[in-house]
Design a protein around this ligand. Structure first.
Ligand code: COA
Length: 319
């Protein structure tokens, strides 16, 4: 038995922050941000709008597209780095907001920008093994809450948003393989190192990053993970119809595609419209390409992501 995606959904908060808006906040320019990252604008959650609220909108759209009811969901795996609270998990809060009572397991995955890839790979194991019937897999972030808005090296890069898919049992091929990796020795290179102790924040709660190190590492491991997925399925790069990369930076996306020998016409890019939305970026890009009709039945699709940890991975599927 396989697991297959039967519905996608996404949500971006209404408020838009453009590069020109950022010019008034830090010493930066629209030109610098576009050239170095490809980002034009990002969306910012309203005060009080939490990761679970964004997830709820994206999930409703995915459930509608799947043609099922929320009550049919018997597994929720939610990837986020910006949970509503320390506990309970944002997945449990989402389950409640969806009105699912007496449901199956619901839990969060924390793999930063690879979170959705990790969550999808995990859900596939539950669904394809017959343990669950309909999984809701979500990536949702309110990164605006963990950005230092005076630090131009990080605040221009990220945004808020959510994406979701419904994964169900199928006799037809869906997810064909997943490939997850981590290298914890890089844990300080990209981090929000603060923690809470005795009711006080210890260390910085904001994102810190060695941009150049992240850039080089990302291109290297993304190429490796996608190649691993292609080889595992006895395919060639030319067999890939669509590459859906983590939307961090257009230069990382282009460099990875070039190393893989996949033309940019086959790469879905949405980073210009919402910046790096971490765990939400892959399902956001997937939903946009599904809804505009680019991704068609039976096509071969590869999703990939890399993030703090470092963590990285790829999922290869037949649509
Ligand atoms: N606006 C204007 N100038 C900026 C700036 C900004 N927002 N941020 C940094 N700069 C300056 C730097 O201070 C530096 O100035 P200097 O030469 O006077 O010292 C100059 O621009 C070049 O900085 P550098 O860091 O070498 O630029 P870069 O080409 O490596 O681009 C990133 C920086 C962050 C865009 C790039 O390293 C990157 O994309 N890294 C990966 C980040 C990422 O995707 N993280 C998440 C992964 S999941």
């Amino acid at each position: 038995m396989y697991s297959k995606i039967i519905g996608t959904g996404s949500y971006l908060p209404e408020k838009i922050l453009t590069n020109h808006d950022l010019e008034r906040m830090v010493d930066t320019s629209d030109e610098w941000i576009r050239e170095r990252t490809g980002i034009v604008q990002r969306h910012i959650a309203a005060d009080g709008q939490m990761a679970s609220d964004l997830a709820l909108e994206a999930s409703r759209r995915a459930i509608d597209a799947a043609g099922i009811q929320a009550q049919d969901i018997d597994l929720i795996i939610l990837a986020t780095t910006t949970p509503d609270m320390i506990f309970p998990s944002t997945a449990c809060i989402l389950q409640d907001k969806l009105g699912i009572s007496g449901g199956g397991p619901a839990f969060d995955v924390q793999a930063v920008c690879s979170g959705f890839i990790y969550a999808l790979a995990t859900a596939d194991m539950f669904v394809s093994s017959g343990k669950c019937r309909n999984a809701l897999v979500v990536g949702t972030e309110v990164y605006s809450r963990i950005l230092d808005w005076t630090d131009r090296t990080t605040c221009v890069l990220f945004g808020d948003g959510a994406g979701a898919v419904v994964l169900t049992q199928s006799n037809q091929p869906g997810i064909l393989s997943s490939h997850l990796h981590a290298s914890g020795s890089y844990n300080k290179v990209l981090a929000a190192p603060g923690n809470i102790c005795g009711g006080k924040i210890q260390g910085s709660p904001f994102i810190t990053m060695e941009g150049n190190t992240v850039f080089k590492f990302a291109v290297k491991v993304l190429e490796e993970a996608v190649s691993e997925a292609i080889t595992a399925n006895n395919l060639q790069a030319s067999d890939i119809d669509w590459l859906i990369p983590h939307q961090a930076n257009i230069r990382i996306i282009k460099s990875t595609a070039k190393k893989l020998g996949i033309p940019m016409e086959k790469v879905v890019t949405t980073v210009d419209q919402h910046g790096n939305t971490s765990a939400a970026s892959v399902p956001l890009a997937l939903d946009i390409a599904v809804r505009d009709g680019r991704i068609k039945s039976d096509q071969c699709v590869v999703l990939e992501g890399v993030g703090g940890g470092f963590t990285w991975g790829a999922v290869l599927l037949r649509w």
